[in-house]
Design a protein. Sequence first.
Length: 231
Amino acid sequence: MLVEDTPDISLWLGTALRQGGMAVSFATDGVQADQCLQPGHGFDAVLLDLQLPGRDGLSVLQALRERGDSVPVLILTARASVPDRVLGLNMGADDYLPKPFDLSELEARLQVLLRRHGRVKPAVLRCGPLEMQAESGAVQLNGQPLALTKREAAALRVLLESPQRTVSKEQLHTEVFADEATGLEAVEVLIYRLRKKFESALATSAEPPEVTITTFRGMGYMLTLSAGQPT
């Protein structure tokens, strides 16, 4: 979860983290962040700016810890003084990175937090014969490479990270298109293209069609396997 109210910074960080193999959700003010971080949120880490509209970042952090939530929190802020850093850490932040910062340092610190809290994702995302290398994003179906565009791969990653549950069209739109001015129909186009590529790859394979993207009306999409196939 990236909590940042400056659009340029949010887009830059979100794009970089996604290219690094992470799924990123966004909040642009403290009130929205607090709503997204209620019990059961499912995030592995939080990048939290302090100077936010609606509700400041320290208030969001305090409420999070008062609920007993131990999700790792890395504070990103222009408040670089020692008292500010000490205050944030004493209120429950796991790390503190003053702006401006180097992207490689942010990624390194984030990986340390994820490993420390046992939240590192598996090296391979898998659903039956469909596999994606978590780091590189390379995809194979029935052992053969599957060529995907960046957006197709981003949508497939979200589906693979949510095994045996539906992913809403709205979530896919947020994860893949971020703040771009596109409608939900763009998600439908992506899913259509992914299905066609699955069908094309499976048509040239001696293996039966074991995996597909199923639509659940009013709920979203799910990667599903034919009966008897392992996940």
